[in-house]
Design a protein. Structure first.
Length: 104
């Protein structure tokens, strides 16, 4: 039974077992998650499923801004989170787009 469950999970999420990367989708000018917890060294892949351009900025606990530049529709941007702490992620173009990333 356990083996069957594991097999079904792998079939549904074929990449989940291979990488620690987490995906956040942007659609209707919102992030699909308000908050997220990852481990230090993990990366978050931000997918732009909108038909408008976004601009991801990650504010580190030290106050550094990682500006990823313009992100065209359909483009994925991978943001690594190296150090533990509380990060604020936002879109420089759409002020309502915000989320928290906790790095353990
Ligand atoms: Cu945006």
């Amino acid at each position: 039974m356990r083996k069957l469950l594991l097999t079904s999970c792998l079939a549904l999420f074929p990449f989940a077992a291979l990488a620690a990367d987490v995906t956040v989708t942007q659609s209707h000018a919102t992030f699909d998650q308000d908050s997220l917890t990852v481990k230090a060294g993990d990366a978050v892949v931000f997918k732009n499923s909108d038909d408008v351009t976004h601009n991801i900025q990650a504010l580190s606990p030290d106050g550094d801004v990682d500006d990823r530049g313009l992100q065209k529709p359909g483009q994925d941007i991978k943001v690594p989170f190296a150090k533990p702490g509380q990060y604020k992620v936002k879109c420089a173009i759409h002020p309502k787009m915000k989320m928290d990333v906790t790095v353990n």
